[in-house]
Design a protein around this ligand. Structure first.
Ligand SMILES: Cc1ncc(COP(=O)(O)O)c(C=O)c1O
Length: 424
């Protein structure tokens, strides 16, 4: 089946008991066993089935199968948030004494997780230049467990050369992990460019309505854990799970099996079935929305580029962007709708602009059906000095937009009046 059909059908056929056409929402904590023997075999992973909703639920299972199908994966795991996905995915690979190499252009929350919280747990994260694949290779050593990048960086919508970075990871026996939140699988399927593991904040475009938190870890089944000396955890019998050797799992799906049966079990960041159900509703229109988001964002980006009140627009589908060539390769069907522009007049003009927006909402989120705006220098990054802002790729006049699904003419009108006020 093709992408749009999978987005509507993958992972669910009407169940034989209720014949429900839509995916049912199963709100229950626990599931009954037929017998003690049935319970034993479920716990021993001898047969699939529901035990307890921290470990999985039928509604989350449909979402997991659907996103795995859209990304070409062998399995996936729904988590409480995008951050829960990142944290648990890394815990599934690395522990105290291990190292990870990440791009230096990550979402601020991921930068904190990697730069501050992981080192407290003994996991060292090196930051490579996301735009220089060779800089990743220089940081690889015996302790390295993975290479991690954002396909489209948040906030500046800069693009990493996935294929080049993936090749380096594989040459050193390392899994390549890609955060595909901003593009979504409707615009980019990182597996085609070497990703072994994919993470999503489903909070954003996948659910698409700014209503529910969620994350997803996808296992592409491409990485060979078996006999890889970097991963004894996958190659030795696991004492906390009946001595199972995860590298022996069928379909090369040991990573996702371990993520659920050990890491989710122990760290507990499961997704609510309700959130999974809302996300499934949103995903029914994913590719329609991503097309419209991308078209409107390009119209808005061109409008801003032509405005005297704007110094620069960072949108990869603009010919003026240094990432234009990469966008043709990785995002040929649209470059999503989150990007930044630099307003003339710095911090003060940025603040005035935000206050003047009427239709566009001042919100710290992206991927909503409504258009959202934020000004990092007065909000998320207000603790930083101007020099630190520049190091983070943010200027005092940087404004981030997430272009929604409204009539684009109404958006341009709102932007025009707010830009005018920003310059008064
Ligand atoms: C690219 C990216 N990855 C991960 C996250 C974290 O997701 P969540 O907020 O669902 O925890 C975000 C949140 O903004 C994000 O933009």
């Amino acid at each position: 089946m093709k992408f749009d059909t999978l987005a509507l059908h993958a992972g669910y056929t009407p169940d034989p008991v209720t014949h429900s056409r839509a995916v049912p929402l199963y709100m229950t904590t626990a599931y009954t066993y037929d017998s003690t023997e049935h319970a034993r075999s479920l716990f021993a992973l001898e047969q699939p089935g529901n035990i307890y909703s921290r470990l999985g639920s039928p509604t989350c299972d449909v979402l997991e199968q659907r996103i795995a199908a859209l990304e070409g994966g062998v399995g996936s795991l729904a988590t409480a948030s995008g951050h829960a996905a990142i944290q648990m995915m890394m815990m599934n690979l690395a522990g105290a004494g291990d190292e990870i190499i990440a791009g230096n252009n990550l979402y601020g929350g991921t930068m904190n997780l990697f730069g501050v919280s992981f080192p407290r747990l003994g996991i060292k994260v090196h930051f490579a230049d996301a735009h220089d694949p060779a800089s990743f290779e220089k940081l690889i050593n015996d302790k390295t467990k993975a290479i991690y990048v954002e396909a489209v960086g948040n906030p500046n919508a800069d693009l990493a050369d996935l294929e080049a970075i993936g090749r380096i990871a594989h040459a050193h026996g390392l899994p390549f992990i890609v955060d595909n939140t901003v593009a979504s699988p409707a615009l980019l399927q990182p597996k085609k460019f070497g990703a072994d593991l994919i993470i999503h904040s489903t909070t954003k475009y996948l659910s698409g309505t700014g209503t529910v938190m969620g994350g997803m870890a996808v296992d592409c089944g491409t990485f060979r854990w078996k006999d890889n000396p970097r991963f004894p955890l996958f190659n030795n019998p696991d004492p906390s799970y009946h001595g199972v050797v995860f590298a022996d799992a069928a379909n090369n799906a040991g990573y996702i099996m371990r993520l659920r049966s050990l890491i989710l079990r122990d760290f507990g960041g499961c997704q609510s079935p309700f959130n999974a159900w809302i996300t499934l509703l949103g995903m029914e229109t994913l590719s329609l929305r991503m097309k419209r988001h991308s078209e409107s964002a390009l119209t808005v980006a061109k409008f801003l580029e032509a405005s005297d009140a704007v110094e620069r627009v960072n949108y990869p589908a603009l010919e003026s962007s240094p990432y234009y060539a990469l966008s043709k390769k990785y995002l040929p069907n649209g470059a999503s709708s989150m990007f930044t522009f630099v307003i003339r007049g710095g911090r003060e003009a940025g603040g005035k602009f935000i206050n003047a927006c009427r239709l566009i909402s001042h919100v710290t989120n992206l991927g909503d059906s409504r258009t959202l705006v934020s000004h990092p220098a007065t909000t998320t990054h207000s603790q930083l000095t101007d020099e630190q802002l520049v190091a983070a790729g943010i200027e005092t006049g940087t404004v981030r937009l997430s272009v929604g699904l409204e009539d684009v003419g109404d958006l341009l009108e709102d932007l025009e009046q707010a830009l005018k006020i920003s310059q008064e």
